[in-house]
Design a protein around this ligand. Structure first.
Ligand code: SF4
Length: 694
């Protein structure tokens, strides 16, 4: 503090890393940001922070940042710097040329959960209003799209049901497929506080994550589920609840569709779905599973927190539904201290989904085929809108290799690194005539781009993010955009070049439009956010101050809907050539593909990705801690160092995916969730062998 000196001014803004949404005071000397201080009045963090938000902001000034637009005619050519006018003009003329030659659905866009609500809203509007189709998708496709499907089908909307504060009223927590200590550290601290007060804990995870045993905390049950068998495990828990008479029948009769419940109860009661019958499949001892199910059903208010270990499976949507079924059957939704809560990975996954950046939905999760909703947007935007859902990211890539999809605008995403089966992504991008990348750095995807538009950091723009508890919070400009424009302004320039009469002067006006067209945001405005600090949607006439707990007086869809979820094994099988199962995840100091955190001092805490392997599996391969190994799957292979640890079970290996040298997605397969195409990142059959290094 002494070295930095007294700040001359401070701007209150929101962290751009994870879905906790911590508030910070960005302290300045002159025009120089000198320190990020967690803000005591931040409703999501109350003065706490982690090493990403506190220290990993220096990437804004990194020397590799691209600050001038660039063009090239083919991806073999070197880039040449051009004016903004020339670059934007090229985007518009290429998109129009390609549409004239190949039809209006031959182009599309991808937006990012790193961007503000206002920016993602504008990208989907650009595609729908300006390009006349619904080919817009977001990186939530590869993380929480099954949450969108599963929670909408059962509860009526895609959102966590509780606020963070109400974890302090939970009697039981079930954490499934999430590692909050690394992924959502500030919220994990609050969970731990409640656990130290005596709340009980069930952890469902193939790894012995930190929460299973940490100072003064020991989970009552750790169920080390075999990757790919979540649905079988949750069905076995439901079997115990139903067959042991632990259903909250009054709750189900009052709030849920009884016929749906009866069908589900009959299904899960079958002896073939008991813990004993599925023990060999899930790898979880039947008596442990029974005890965990009894604790969840009878231990008081029970809150489920889940992450990508639930969604990134071929049965991701089924798993979300199975969680919702279990919560409804035990009366654990729609009250403080209990609920179902997706822990969103990136800062604005919730917001990107809320803003209509899916190819089948407008903002507020309303289907594009609904004539009354379409009429609302047609009147506001002054053009007829396409009633057909558009292409998802993997379908865009497939259509590109087939020649039907020719141009793509990618905002704030490095799909070559983050999406599954790198070879498939590369082939799709290479087949396109015009790829536009808007980003901070020349990322891996930019190798296939024809136009590069410099992006702005969260420090350089105004807007809002929505965190994992549906809390809409202001992002405030701390420094002027180094590239000249905030991202929302760049999208507006593209829209104007396409002939659209956009004239937003400030993101507040974009939010006013969102509020006018989105019932759950009806009372959201920058003035209201200034007055209240933040708002949790729905913020409507009936709840102008927002809604901390959802489904209090009944489910959004009316009656809660039970849906039978049959366990269907993934097509990704182990065998003699690939006997181990690989699963992946994050570490505290880094963020996703590491584009930002690798360009800060945080890299020192985790300079490389390592492969965690159980001592038995390591010994069988003659491996010692720190040895180089080749990790090989049916899709591809990579080389990294191993970490011998009992944190993973025998037969399971694990790695993070923060460093491009590892290229973890060279290994992952094309399998994806049946309902949403969310990739099956969490189950890949692999072999591990000693290597001499890269
Ligand atoms: Fe908070 Fe998440 Fe940012 Fe850490 S990364 S400071 S937990 S919002």
């Amino acid at each position: 503090v002494e070295a930095i000196g007294t700040p001359e001014k401070a701007v209150v803004t929101t962290c751009a890393y994870c879905g906790v949404g911590c508030t910070f005071r960005a302290e300045m000397r002159g025009e120089q940001l000198v320190r990020m201080v967690p803000w005591k009045d931040g409703k999501a963090n109350r003065g706490h922070s982690c090493v990403k938000g506190r220290f990993a902001w220096g990437y804004a000034n990194h020397k590799e940042r691209i600050l001038k637009p660039m063009l090239r005619d083919t991806i073999e050519q070197p880039w040449r710097e051009v004016t903004w006018e020339e670059a934007i003009g090229r985007v518009a003329s290429e998109f129009r040329r390609i549409q004239a030659a190949h039809g209006r659905r031959s182009v599309g866009g991808i937006t990012s959960s790193r961007c503000t609500n206002e920016e993602t809203y504008l990208v989907q509007k650009l595609i729908r209003q300006g390009l006349g189709n619904n080919n817009v998708d977001t990186c939530a496709r590869v993380c929480h799209s099954p949450t969108g499907y599963g929670l909408k089908a059962t509860f009526g909307t895609s959102a966590g049901t509780q606020d963070f504060d109400s974890v302090m009223q939970a009697d039981v927590m079930m954490v499934i497929g999430a590692n909050p200590t690394d992924g959502h550290p500030v919220f994990a601290s609050r969970m731990k506080r409640r656990l130290r007060e005596g709340a009980k804990l069930i952890v469902v995870d193939p790894r012995r994550i930190d929460l299973v045993r940490s100072p003064h905390i020991e989970a009552q049950h750790h169920l080390p589920v075999r990757p790919g068998t979540n649905v079988a495990l949750l069905t076995a828990m439901a079997h115990v609840v139903v067959t042991e008479g632990l259903v909250d029948e009054d709750y189900v009769r009052a709030r849920c569709d009884w016929e749906g419940f009866a069908d589900w109860a009959t299904f899960v009661s079958d002896e073939a779905r008991s813990p004993e019958a599925t023990e060999a499949l899930t790898g979880v001892p039947a008596q442990d599973l029974r005890a965990a199910a009894r604790l969840y059903a009878t231990g008081g208010k029970a809150a489920i927190y889940y992450g990508l270990g639930v969604t990134e499976h071929s049965q991701g949507s089924s798993t979300v539904i199975a969680i919702a079924n279990l919560a409804m059957a035990t009366g654990n939704v729609g009250l403080e201290g209990a609920g179902v809560n997706p822990l969103r990975g990136q800062n604005n996954v919730q917001g990107a989904c809320d803003m209509g950046s899916f190819p089948h939905e407008y903002s507020g999760y309303r289907h594009v085929s609904d004539p009354s909703v379409r009429a609302l947007f047609e009147e506001a935007w002054g053009v007829p809108l396409d009633p057909e859902p558009g292409l998802r990211i993997p379908n865009m890539l497939d259509a590109a290799t087939d020649g039907a999809f020719r141009a793509l605008f990618i905002q704030g995403e490095d799909i070559l690194q983050s999406d599954p089966n790198t070879q498939h992504v590369a082939a799709g991008l290479a087949a396109m005539e015009c790829v536009v990348v808007q980003d901070l750095f020349l990322n891996e995807t930019a190798n296939y781009a024809h136009v590069f538009l410099p992006g702005s950091t969260f420090l350089e723009k105004d807007g809002t993010f929505t965190n994992a508890e549906r809390r809409i919070q202001r992002v405030r400009k701390v420094i002027e955009p180094r590239n000249g424009y905030a991202d929302w302004e760049v999208v507006q320039l593209v829209a104007q070049a396409l002939g659209l009469e956009w004239g937003y002067g400030h993101p507040a006006q974009i939010m006013d439009e969102i509020a006018a067209l989105t019932p759950t945001f009806a009372r959201v405005s920058y003035a209201a956010l200034e007055e209240h600090g933040s708002l949790q949607w729905p913020a409507t006439e009936a709840s102008p101050l927002g809604t901390p707990t959802m489904h209090l007086d009944g489910f959004v869809r009316g009656q809660g809907q039970f849906i039978v979820t049959d366990y269907i094994p993934t097509d990704e099988k182990t065998g003699p050539r690939f006997p181990l199962l690989l699963t992946t995840g994050r570490i505290l100091s880094h963020y996703n593909v590491g584009a930002q955190t690798r360009r800060t001092d945080n890299v020192a805490w985790h300079p490389e990705d390592r492969l965690e392997i159980h001592p038995v599996d390591a010994e069988n391969r003659g491996l010692r801690d720190g040895d180089w190994v080749t990790l090989r799957s049916r899709a591809g292979e990579t080389t990294l160092r191993c970490l011998v640890t009992e944190r993973v079970a025998p037969g399971v290996v694990y790695t993070t995916f923060h460093h491009p040298e590892t290229q973890a997605n060279v290994i992952t397969t094309d399998y994806s969730d049946w309902a949403t195409n969310c990739p099956e990142y969490k189950v890949t059959a692999v072999q591990v062998a000693a290597s001499n290094g890269p």
